[in-house]
Design a binder for this molecule. Structure first.
Ligand code: 5GP
Ligand code: ZN
Length: 141
């Protein structure tokens, strides 16, 4: 069973992706987790890894879901290593830590030698062409 936010009035963009109400460029999915391309990537191949059950932050998840999430994070990191050996894994918990989407997610941010991408003044949206190329590179075994 996949749970959404606790109140119907609390719309959650990531629950909408899990439920296929909103589109996403998915590169990995299993029973309890999913990984897809960030629509405003810091770098090429910026990914988000989420549990299918709604929880605002890691400490809201039961242990089994935390474990499943980290296993998927490992799988996604291995796939990102197809692009580059260097990447950041980040988790923002709480508004003052930069959390904007309150459905727990790990960022996996490939690095190619650029200077601090986290301070980018603009984050151009992911293009369909780039997304298609990345899905071909990252989805599948
Ligand atoms: P946070 O700041 O909450 O850790 O990061 C949320 C991330 O989700 C941001 O990097 C943002 O670009 C991404 N994001 C927000 N809405 C959507 C969406 O509807 N689809 C996708 N694929 N990414 C999203
Ligand atoms: Zn959610």
């Amino acid at each position: 069973m996949v749970t959404g936010p606790s109140r119907a009035s609390e719309k959650c963009v990531f629950c909408d992706i899990v439920a296929r109400r909103s589109p996403a460029w998915i590169i990995y999915e299993d029973e309890g987790t999913m990984a897809f391309l960030d629509i405003f990537p810091f770098t090429r191949g910026h990914l988000l890894v989420i549990p299918k059950h709604h929880g605002a932050r890691l400490t809201d998840l039961p242990f089994e879901q935390q474990t499943a999430l980290v296993r998927s994070l490992d799988e996604v990191c291995r796939r990102v290593e197809r692009l580059t050996d260097d990447y950041n894994v980040a988790l923002n918990a709480g508004a003052r830590a930069g959390q904007i989407v309150f459905h727990v997610h790990f960022h996996v941010i490939p690095r190619y030698g650029e200077s601090n991408p986290f301070r980018a003044t603009s984050r151009p949206p992911l293009t369909e062409l780039e997304a298609r190329t990345l899905v071909a590179e990252l989805a599948g075994d």
